[in-house]
Ligand binder design. Structure first.
Ligand code: NDP
Length: 788
C-alpha cells in the first residue's frame, strides 16, 4: 500500500533550463537596445526608454529606446535605399541569404528559446519545441520560394518597402512569418516587435549581420503602439503586415485608407473546438490541452469555445476536469511545466477582470489551483453553464480560459461555431471522417483542423475571415501578400462629356431602366431617376438613383441566393457560356450603344464586344478548373487548401472600357461562386443595366447578380459598410476609394481597389487571369491527420 501511495503521489521534480547564456548575451549588449537600421545600431541618448521585464518574476531584463518619427523615417529610408540592390540580387542570391538565416537560427536554437521564455513567460518546452523550430522551418521553406520565384511568379513583382508590426505572443515566430516571405519575394522591410517582447528580435538583428543580410534590407525598430502607427501610415511604406488585436487592425485599416498600400491583417479569434459524440474523447481532452493551454491561451487561434454534443457533455467535462488536475504551472524555465506566466501584469489584469465581470452574467468557474498574481500565473480555467450570447463565449479572452457550451445536432454545431464575429480557426473532433469533412466547408474560418488543433507549417497558409482579418501567412497564398501584378499599363481617361443637353437622343418611347434585384426589375426606393448621357451630351436613357434601402434589398437578395456558392463549377460554367451565347445575339445593339456612349469608333466598339464574349468564355473555362492544393506539410496527414467563394461581393465598375471591364469582373466573381451586388458607374449605368436582359435569358438564379445605379461614391460606401458583404472590388476615383477602404474597417471586409484607369481591359494579360480568381476566393486550409 505504501508503495502504491507513493506511486500515485509521485511529483515531478523541477528541471530548470539554465538562463546563463541568455543573461550573458544580454550583458554583452549592456542590457540596452536602440534600433537596428541600415545594418547598424542607432542610439539616441535623449530617447524615451522602456524596461523589458521577465513576466514570471518581474525582474528587469533590459531597456529599449522608443522610436519617434525621426527613427521611423530613418528606417523606412534605409529600406528604400536597399531595395534596388536586394531585387537585383535575384532569386538565388536571396535564397542564399534566407538559407544562411535559417542555419544561424538553428545553430542558436537554445539561446533563442531561453531568451523567448525569459521575455514572454512561455514554457521553455514550447519555445524550444514549437516557436524556434517553426521559425527555422519558415526561413528554410522561403529560401526555396526565393529560388523558384522567377518561374512561379513570373507575372508578379515585389511590392517594395514593407512595414510589419507584430505582437507579443509568439515574438520570434511572428517575426519569421513576416520577414521570410517578404525577403524571399524581393522586398525590404521595417519591423516593429511588441514593446513587451523585443529581445529575440534584437538577437535576430545580430543574426542578420552574421548571415550577410545586406544593410538596410531588414530594419528593426523598438517602440510602443505609436511607433507602429507611424510605420503603418508612413508614405514610404508600400505594404503593411500586421498581427495583433482587432481594434488596432481596424485602426490601421482606417489610417491607411486611400494610400494605395497593400494590407494584411491577422487579428483575434474565438475559435470553436467541436466535439461530436462519436469522437475519441480521450484524444479530444488532449486536443483541448493543446488548443487552450498551449502558450497560456495567448494564441489568436486558441480553441477557446468548446462546443460539445450534449450526449457526451458530462463525460467529456469530467475527463477534462480530471486532466486539468495534472496540468503543472509555474516557472517557465522548468522543463516539466505545462503553463507559464502571462506576458505582463496588464495582460493578467485584463484576463482576470474579463473573467470576473463575465461571471456576473452567469456561468460556473472551475480551476484546479490558485492564481499567483506576482508571477502572472493565471490558473487553467474552465467555464460552464453559459449561453451562447454570454460575453465570455463571444469575446476573446486571450488567456488560459476555456468556455464550454453544448449542442444537440450537427447543424446546431455549425451554426454555433459560426455565431461569432471572428473567423480564424476551428477544430472538429469525430471518428467519422465523412461527418468531419461535411462540417469543415460549412465553418466560416480560414483554418479547420480535424482531430487536431494548433497545427502550423510554413508550407500552409494561415489567416482568417470576418473580424479575424484578411490575408494569409505561409504557403503560396502567403507570398501573394508581398507581390503585385506586373505589367499593368494605366490608360488615358475617357474624354469628358463637353456639354450635356436635356434633349433625348431618340424619339422612341421614354426608357427608364430599373434596378435588377432578386431576379426582378425593381424601381428605386426614392422614386428618383437620373439621366445618362451620350459621349456627345444627349440624354440616352434614364436610370434609377439608388439609396441605402436599395442596397439593403440587393444585399438581402444576394444572401438568399446562397445556393449559388455551393453549386458545382460545372453548373456555373454552363451559365457563363449561356450568357456569352445570349450576349452574342445582341451584338449590334451593344456595339451601337458602346459607340454612342463612349464616342469610340465601330471598330473599337466591336473589339470591346468581342473581348467581352471571350471573357465569359475564359471564366466559364476556369469555373471548374481553379482547384485547390494539397500542401506538403511535414506530418502524417493531408492538408488541403480549398478555394471557397468569398460569399457576397460588391463590385463597383470602372469607366474605362465599360462593357468588357464589367463583364470581366462579373464573370470572374461568378465563376468562383460569389453572389454579386454591382454598382454601375454613373456614366455607363444604362449599358450595364442592358445586361439584365442577358442575365434573365441565361438561367441565372434570382439574387445571384443584383445591379443598383445612382451615385457611385454613395452606393460604394454603403456597400463597404454593410455587415453582410464579404468583400468589395472597387474601380473608382481616389476619394471614393479612400471612403470605401475607410468604411470597410467596420467589419474588416476584404477590399480590392483601383483607379478607374489602371489597366487595359482589352489586353488578356491585364484584363483577365488568375489574379481575378484569387481575389474572388478565400483559401481554407483543412488539416486531416491520419493513423490511429
Ligand atoms: P495590440 O494589437 O495593441 O498590439 C499588437 C502590435 O501592434 C504591437 O506591436 C503594438 O505595439 C502595435 N500597436 C499598438 N497600437 C498600434 C497602432 N495604433 N498602430 C500600429 N501598431 C500598433 O495588442 P495588445 O498587445 O494590446 O494586446 C491586446 C489584445 O489583443 C490581447 O489581449 C489579445 O486579445 C489581442 N491580441 C491578439 C493577437 C493575435 O495574434 N491575434 C496578438 C496579440 C494580442 P506595442 O505592443 O508596443 O503597444
Amino acid at each position: 500500500m505504501i508503495l502504491m501511495d507513493n506511486f500515485n503521489n509521485l511529483e515531478y521534480s523541477s528541471a530548470l533550463e539554465s538562463s546563463s547564456e541568455a543573461q550573458a548575451w544580454l550583458a554583452e549588449q549592456n542590457t540596452h537596445f536602440g534600433h537596428f537600421i541600415n545594418g547598424s545600431w542607432l542610439h539616441n541618448e535623449t530617447a524615451d526608454i522602456m524596461p523589458v521585464t521577465n513576466p514570471a518574476n518581474t525582474e528587469q531584463l533590459a531597456t529599449i529606446e522608443l522610436a519617434d518619427a525621426s527613427v521611423v523615417d530613418a528606417a523606412v529610408a534605409a529600406a528604400q535605399k536597399a531595395l534596388p540592390a536586394w531585387q537585383a540580387l535575384g532569386g538565388m542570391g536571396r535564397a542564399k541569404v534566407l538559407y544562411a538565416l535559417a542555419r544561424s537560427l538553428q545553430k542558436h536554437t537554445r539561446l533563442f528559446a531561453v531568451l523567448e521564455t525569459l521575455d514572454n513567460g512561455k514554457p521553455i518546452r514550447e519555445s524550444r519545441d514549437a516557436d524556434v523550430p517553426l521559425a527555422v522551418r519558415h526561413f528554410y521553406h522561403h529560401a526555396g520560394w526565393a529560388k523558384i520565384q522567377a518561374e512561379e511568379f513570373a507575372d508578379y513583382q515585389p511590392v517594395g518597402v514593407v512595414g510589419q508590426i507584430i505582437p507579443w505572443n509568439f515574438p520570434l515566430l511572428m517575426l519569421a512569418w513576416k520577414i521570410a516571405p517578404a525577403l524571399a519575394m524581393g522586398n525590404t522591410l521595417v519591423i516593429k516587435p511588441a514593446e513587451q517582447t523585443p529581445l529575440t528580435a534584437m538577437l535576430f538583428a545580430h543574426l542578420c549581420v552574421q548571415a550577410g543580410v545586406p544593410a538596410g534590407v531588414v530594419n528593426i525598430i523598438n517602440g510602443a503602439g505609436q511607433a507602429g502607427a507611424l510605420l503603418a501610415a508612413h508614405e514610404g511604406v508600400n505594404k503593411v503586415a500586421f498581427t495583433g488585436s482587432t481594434p488596432v487592425g481596424k485602426a490601421i485599416r482606417q489610417a491607411t485608407a486611400g494610400q494605395g498600400k497593400k494590407l494584411s491583417l491577422e487579428l483575434g479569434g474565438k475559435s470553436a473546438f467541436i466535439v461530436f459524440e462519436d469522437a475519441d474523447l480521450d484524444a479530444a481532452v488532449e486536443g483541448i490541452v493543446d488548443a487552450i493551454w498551449f502558450n497560456q491561451g495567448e494564441v489568436c487561434c486558441a480553441g477557446s469555445r468548446l462546443l460539445v454534443q450534449a450526449s457526451v457533455e458530462q463525460r467529456l467535462i469530467a475527463k477534462l476536469k480530471e486532466r486539468m488536475q495534472n496540468l503543472s504551472y509555474g516557472n517557465p524555465l522548468d522543463k516539466s511545466v505545462d503553463i507559464g506566466a502571462l506576458v505582463s501584469q496588464e495582460q493578467y489584469q485584463r484576463v482576470d477582470s474579463m473573467v470576473t465581470s463575465g461571471l456576473e452574467t452567469g456561468g460556473e468557474l472551475y480551476q484546479t489551483c490558485e492564481a499567483n498574481i506576482s508571477a502572472n500565473y493565471y490558473p487553467p480555467s474552465l467555464i460552464t453553464d453559459v449561453e451562447t450570447s454570454h460575453p465570455l463565449v463571444q469575446e476573446e479572452i486571450f488567456g488560459p480560459v476555456l468556455v464550454a457550451i453544448s449542442f444537440r445536432t450537427q447543424s446546431e454545431a455549425v451554426s454555433l461555431a459560426n455565431n461569432s464575429r471572428f473567423g480564424l480557426a476551428c477544430s472538429i473532433w469525430s471518428e467519422n471522417i465523412n461527418r468531419a469533412l461535411d462540417v469543415a466547408p460549412k465553418i466560416k474560418s480560414g483554418v479547420v483542423w480535424i482531430n487536431t488543433h494548433n497545427q502550423f507549417d510554413a508550407a500552409c497558409g494561415f489567416g482568417g475571415v470576418k473580424e479575424s482579418g484578411f490575408g494569409r501567412e505561409g504557403g503560396r497564398e502567403g507570398l501573394y501578400e508581398y507581390l503585385k501584378p506586373a505589367g499593368l499599363k494605366a490608360q488615358k481617361p475617357l474624354s469628358k462629356i463637353k456639354e450635356r443637353s436635356a434633349r433625348s437622343l431618340s424619339d422612341n418611347i421614354d426608357h427608364t431602366l430599373k434596378f435588377y434585384i432578386g431576379g426582378k426589375q425593381v424601381r428605386p426606393d426614392s422614386g428618383h431617376s437620373q439621366p445618362v448621357y451620350s459621349a456627345k451630351g444627349g440624354v440616352v436613357d434614364w436610370v434609377g438613383s439608388g439609396n441605402r434601402k436599395d442596397i439593403r434589398n440587393a444585399v438581402s437578395a444576394a444572401v438568399k441566393a446562397s445556393a449559388w456558392s455551393g453549386s458545382a463549377g460545372h453548373t456555373r460554367a454552363q451559365i457563363l457560356y449561356f450568357m456569352a451565347e445570349n450576349l452574342a445575339l445582341r451584338e449590334s445593339e451593344f456595339i451601337t450603344k458602346l459607340q454612342t456612349m463612349t464616342g469610340h469608333s465601330a471598330k473599337q466598339a466591336k473589339a470591346e464586344f468581342t473581348a467581352s464574349i471571350e471573357r465569359l468564355f475564359t471564366y466559364a473555362a476556369w469555373a471548374d478548373k481553379y482547384d485547390g492544393n494539397v500542401h506538403n506539410v511535414p506530418y502524417r496527414g493531408v492538408t488541403m487548401a480549398l478555394p471557397e467563394a468569398k460569399g457576397i461581393l460588391a463590385i463597383v465598375t470602372p469607366e474605362q472600357s465599360p462593357l468588357v471591364s464589367s463583364i470581366s469582373l462579373i464573370a470572374a466573381a461568378l465563376a468562383m461562386g460569389n453572389r454579386i451586388v454591382l454598382v454601375a458607374n454613373e456614366r455607363f449605368a444604362n449599358l450595364i443595366l442592358d445586361l439584365v436582359q442577358v442575365l434573365e435569358t441565361s438561367d441565372m438564379p434570382a439574387g445571384v447578380v443584383n445591379i443598383v445605379t445612382g451615385s457611385r461614391q454613395d452606393l460604394a460606401t454603403q456597400l463597404a459598410g454593410h455587415a453582410e458583404v464579404d468583400g468589395i472590388w472597387c474601380w473608382a476615383d481616389a476619394e471614393t476609394i479612400k471612403q470605401v477602404e475607410y468604411t470597410s474597417a467596420e467589419n474588416l471586409k476584404t477590399t480590392w481597389c483601383h483607379d478607374d484607369n489602371d489597366r487595359d481591359w482589352l489586353s488578356d494579360k491585364q484584363g483577365e487571369g488568375k489574379e481575378f480568381l484569387r481575389q474572388a476566393i478565400e483559401v481554407k486550409n483543412i488539416w486531416t491527420p491520419y493513423g490511429d
